[in-house]
Design a protein around this ligand. Structure first.
Ligand code: PRP
Ligand code: URA
Length: 204
């Protein structure tokens, strides 16, 4: 089962993301807000290492973040979820996987891939929409083939069909999301959903 974040700010932002009258500039801000809450949840158990410091009063060993975080947005809509990570985590590495669904078949094809070293690091694959699960499943497979072991998928809206696909194809990958919606329609759009995330994010 996916982990669904439970926060009133996430619920509020999601309502306005779903609202078809929300314009792209506001949509991007709301995407940042939900993305930030999701980022905090997805990194809750990130490893730390002790650092020796001196407070004004004494010497202590105190935890700092290690070098171990990689975030991989699935282009293009995943880019809307990237900034919380670069704002919060000073040493995050960013990889990119470009996938686009065919409008007729809903099958995603790959057009770009650029990844940093993944082995031994927490890898967060981020994409706002988990519909059939085809795109995310393909991206997770590519990340695995490139050495990722500690993998998570972070989404904003998920369909039960997409969740089931990830559970089947990648049973060891936790899914962190802001909502699990009712179903897919016959064009493989999530309902109630919020429409085409990439189009709404970039005003296309
Ligand atoms: C959207 C979304 C996911 C994918 C989800 O991207 O951002 O990547 O669809 O659908 P799936 O679970 O059925 O694969 P899209 O292919 O529309 O490309 P875009 O981000 O460039 O708009
Ligand atoms: N991609 C989107 O952007 N929206 C959906 O509902 C499904 C896939």
């Amino acid at each position: 089962m996916p982990y669904v974040i439970d926060h009133p700010l996430a619920a509020h932002a999601l309502t306005h993301l779903r609202d078809k009258t929300t314009a792209p500039a506001t949509f991007r801000t709301l995407c940042y807000q939900v993305g930030l809450l999701l980022a905090l949840e997805a990194t809750r158990d990130l490893p730390t290492q002790p650092k020796s410091i001196e407070t004004p009063l004494e010497k202590i060993d105190s935890p700092v973040l290690g070098q171990g975080l990689v975030v991989v947005p699935i282009l293009r809509a995943g880019l809307g979820m990237l900034q919380p990570y670069t704002d919060l985590f000073p040493s995050v590495s960013v990889g990119y996987v470009g996938l686009e669904r065919d409008h007729e078949t809903a099958v995603a094809h790959s057009y770009y891939c650029k990844l940093p070293p993944l082995d031994g690091r927490r890898v967060l694959c981020v994409d706002p929409m988990l519909a059939t699960g085809g795109s995310a499943s393909q991206a997770l497979r590519v990340l695995r083939e490139n050495g990722a072991q500690d993998l998570r998928l972070v989404t904003i809206v998920s369909a039960p069909e997409g969740v089931a696909a990830i559970e089947k194809d990648h049973p060891d990958v936790p899914v962190i999301t802001a909502a699990v919606d009712r179903e897919l329609n016959n064009q493989s759009y999530i309902v109630p959903g919020l429409g085409d995330f990439g189009d709404r994010l970039y005003g296309t």
